[in-house]
Design a protein around this ligand. Structure first.
Ligand SMILES: NC(=O)c1ccc[n+]([C@@H]2O[C@H](COP(=O)([O-])OP(=O)(O)OC[C@H]3O[C@@H](n4cnc5c(N)ncnc54)[C@H](OP(=O)(O)O)[C@@H]3O)[C@@H](O)[C@H]2O)c1
Length: 299
């Protein structure tokens, strides 16, 4: 099995780069090695490596910056995704791609299913939705995993920011009215590996869109509280402990991009394909938080 991994230096890309080699030969390309907006670079790497699967972890993910960089967000998340999908269709290669809960407006009072109509409320969400639509219309064999609030030990993320701020400030105010769950890159990689195994061996994983997130629900405040509890237990030197966290409303923390109030994803469609049950977010997050705390202690 030959797998081409794109965006290999991102938060998810680094986890996939560690885990995908269990399945076969992986060519892992960072942004510097293959820019997915460069059609010739994409054609060349596919021509030379001849992968059976492309795993695309490359994306424009600067949610707030996208509000002033619409062209760039669409170039990477929509047009470049189209280049990958076209080449995948041409050479009968499976394309595995990741998308986001930010394709929804967040007004639904229950978790979103794959059948719910998207309605992004920010540019990043619009660009990711455009990418999904291009893939679905390309005729390639594809799996799109829509995931949410990715938090792991690599790259930048909410948990790392909180841990840093909790060593600099006396108290932290965190949003408590956006509902969702953190998803670890390790869980996304585990699902991806399972999917590739199913594609390669049994070819029984139906093409399409799947929601991928742990069970349960929390808020950014809930994640910060859990993280700082772990940090205190690990005797991490904090200036703002768990008891100093203040819950605030989205309206109290204006950002350039709007965020959906409900980011919860219904994962039953995915779980019908998986030989395991997705974990509760606290167990999934526990492992990621432990790694983040350890890496901070070492730094
Ligand atoms: N992070 C989240 O909370 C979250 C939530 C839901 C869904 N997702 C989705 O999950 C996937 C992985 O996200 P992530 O958290 O791993 O993001 P990330 O850490 O920002 O990684 C994205 C990677 O893509 C690379 N990249 C950007 N433009 C590129 C281009 N033109 N060609 C090649 N590579 C390019 C980036 O390189 P540079 O840094 O050098 O530009 C970076 O290494 C994305 O599809 C994202 O939309 C993420």
């Amino acid at each position: 099995m030959k797998i081409l991994l794109l965006g290999a230096n991102g938060q998810l890309g680094q986890e996939l780069n560690r885990t995908l080699p269990a399945l076969g030969e992986v060519m892992a390309c960072s942004h510097a090695e293959v820019d997915i907006t460069d059609q010739y670079s994409v054609i060349e790497v596919i021509h030379n490596f001849k992968p059976q699967v492309i795993v695309n972890a490359a994306a424009y993910t600067a949610v707030d910056q996208a509000e002033s960089e619409r062209n760039m967000a669409f170039r990477v998340n929509a047009e470049a995704t189209g280049i990958l999908a076209k080449e995948a269709a041409r050479h009968d290669i499976w394309l595995i791609h990741y998308s986001t809960d930010y394709v929804f407006d967040g007004f639904k009072p229950r978790p979103y299913t794959e059948a719910d109509s998207p309605g992004p409320i920010n540019i990043y969400g619009e660009s990711k939705l455009a990418g999904e639509e291009i893939i679905a219309g390309s005729g390639c064999h594809y799996l799109i995993f829509r995931t949410t609030w990715v938090i792991g030990k690599d790259g930048n993320n909410f948990a790392k920011t909180i841990l840093r701020l909790a060593t600099e400030k006396d108290s932290l105010s965190i949003i408590n009215d956006q509902f969702g769950v953190p998803t670890s890159p390790a869980l996304i990689a585990r699902v991806t590996i399972n999917a590739i195994e199913a594609i390669a061996i049994a070819r029984h994983w139906p093409v399409g869109l799947y929601h991928l997130a742990p069970h349960g629900e929390t808020t950014w405040y809930g994640i910060a509280k859990t993280l700082l509890q772990f940090a205190e237990e690990a005797q991490f030197p904090l200036t703002a402990g768990e008891s100093s966290l203040q819950p605030i409303k989205t309206a109290d923390y204006p950002t350039p991009a709007k965020r959906p109030a409900n980011s919860r994803l219904d994962t039953s469609k995915l779980e019908q394909q998986l030989p395991f049950t997705l974990p509760h977010w606290q167990y999934d997050f526990f492992v990621a938080a432990e790694d983040i705390i350890k890496s901070y202690k070492r730094a």
